[in-house]
Unconditional design. Structure first.
Ligand code: HEC
Length: 182
């Protein structure tokens, strides 16, 4: 190789700024971001609401409808192994003399479904339906760890209602009181 060969020319490109980030360099971008941020915070003010005291303790104070855990199934909307409880009504209000579930459920009834994930022994999900003014009010609470509080998922009830419409003739509640072995 000839020592007089000119060195290869290296063109250094200026570092390119990704488009999204470049926007932050534009005057006023930070100022516009502040209202956006407060909207996000406002939307999330309900995330976090812990499971109300009126629902907590359902495993012991309510009547369990299921006798065994409902195992995961196809298209499971409430992933995991589930138990369903009826609260704030008496056994007589819930079940007739033949053992059939009385429907519609009385005003004030709270139905709770708790779900645990495979391999865990605590509920990671609690879904509720509370009858107020003749209509069910739907809510769902979740956590990932046993030492965390169950907290409200800020989802609209439409998704719940859409699917529970399948149980409309059963007062919107799929699960019935399951007979106990005497
Ligand atoms: C895709 C369908 C579907 C959606 C969406 C859905 N559910 Fe359910 N839900 C069911 C089924 C089916 C059961 C019966 C138990 C089972 O098979 O898991 C059930 C059970 C329940 C129960 C126990 C009472 C019952 O009906 O058996 C509650 C409470 C409940 N769901 C609340 C909710 C809430 C709250 C939401 C919305 C955040 C919701 N569900 C969304 C299908 C659905």
């Amino acid at each position: 190789m000839n020592s007089e060969t000119p060195p290869a020319t290296v063109t250094v490109q200026p570092a390119s700024i990704p488009e999204g980030c470049a926007a932050w360099d534009r005057p006023g971008a930070a100022v516009r971001a502040i209202p956006m941020l407060s909207i996000v915070i406002a939307l999330c003010s309900a995330c976090g609401t812990p499971l109300p005291d009126a629902i907590a303790g359902f495993e012991t104070r309510c009547i369990e409808l299921t006798t065994d855990e409902v195992p995961p199934h196809d298209d499971d909307p409430h992933e995991g192994f589930k138990r369903v409880y009826a609260c704030d009504l008496t056994l007589d209000q819930l079940v007739d003399e033949t053992g059939a579930t009385r429907r519609p459920f009385p005003e004030g009834t709270l139905i709770v479904k708790s779900s645990r994930r495979d391999g865990q022994d605590f509920s990671w999900l609690v879904a509720t339906a509370h009858k107020e003014g003749g209509v069910w009010d739907w809510a769902e609470y979740t956590r990932n760890f046993v030492d965390e509080e169950l907290r409200l998922i800020p989802a609209g009830p439409e998704v719940c209602v859409d699917c529970h419409r399948g149980a409309q003739s059963l007062d919107w509640i799929f699960t019935s009181y399951q007979p106990r072995q005497q």
